[in-house]
Design a protein around this ligand. Structure first.
Ligand code: HEM
Length: 229
């Protein structure tokens, strides 16, 4: 193979690999959501396999750097607007709490907490975590959702336990994105098809992730019965 052909082949290989390996700076970028005025540490993951970009944001109670928090306020910006996206709070699809979000055909953003021990469609999480919406918006190319997730930073199901230790200063996180959302139905019954993109990253938790305003922000969350069916 000539040098030019070799370089072209190398470029082609790299251009297919790069979107899947978009490295994340562990330091989150501070972002204040204009709708809620809540400030998050955010990580944006570039487009991959026709889905994304995906942004995850985290806001934590004021003492979360000293004592492990059990809850957080999350921000998810997912694209395209008719796809689904999800985050793993333990850095792996298996044996960690998963938060999945999508916009239904009536343009309402829905969320579901899932758990699985295998690389197959995750079932509904059976532990006592609660996810409650604060604000959501569907736009042409993306949707966003801000939610409170109580008892979400430690999990237990079928003898498997795990947690995300906020006092350690860094969290193992992972994401999944897919351009086609689930069919109609309740969020906890939704059958998500396999994601076209996924990856892991480490997120640092620092002074911009925690806030004295946490309680007042969390107080804006609504209680939605039956997973918002
Ligand atoms: C039918 C549904 C699903 C199937 C068959 C599936 C399968 C897989 C497989 C095989 C992998 C390993 C990487 C690969 O080979 O592609 C993976 C990774 C991943 N999946 Fe899923 N998945 C499904 C749904 C979900 C859902 C709903 C979430 C929600 C967040 C999710 C989150 C992840 C994450 C974060 C990764 C990357 C971390 C890891 O490899 O453990 N998956 N999935």
């Amino acid at each position: 193979m000539s040098f030019t052909k070799f370089s072209l082949a190398l470029c082609a290989i790299l251009s297919t690999l790069l979107p899947l390996t978009t490295a994340q700076a562990p330091e989150g970028k501070p972002y204040t959501d204009p709708k809620t005025n809540i400030t998050f540490s955010t990580w944006e993951i570039g487009e991959s396999s026709g889905s994304g970009p995906f942004t995850f944001g985290l806001a934590l109670p004021p003492n979360a750097l000293k004592t492990d928090a059990t809850e957080f306020i999350g921000y998810m910006k997912c694209a395209p607007s008719n796809g689904w996206c999800g985050v793993s709070l333990g850095g792996s699809m298996t044996n960690a709490l998963l938060v999945v979000a999508y916009a239904d055909q009536k343009q309402n953003v829905k969320r579901s907490l899932r758990f699985t021990s295998k690389y197959t469609l995750p079932g509904v999480y059976e532990g006592n975590a609660t996810i409650s919406p604060i604000a959501s918006e569907v736009e042409k190319d993306s949707f966003t959702t801000v939610f409170r997730c109580e008892e979400c930073l430690r999990w237990a199901q079928n003898g498997t336990e795990g947690s995300a230790a906020t006092s350690s200063g860094n969290l193992d996180l992972a994401f999944a994105v897919e351009a086609e959302g689930p069919d109609q139905g309740c969020p906890d019954e939704a059958k998500f098809r396999k994601h076209s993109g996924q990856g892991t990253w480490v997120g640092f938790v620092d002074n911009s992730t925690v806030s004295e305003s946490y309680e007042s922000w969390a107080g804006k969350a609504e209680t939605v019965r039956g997973g918002g069916c």
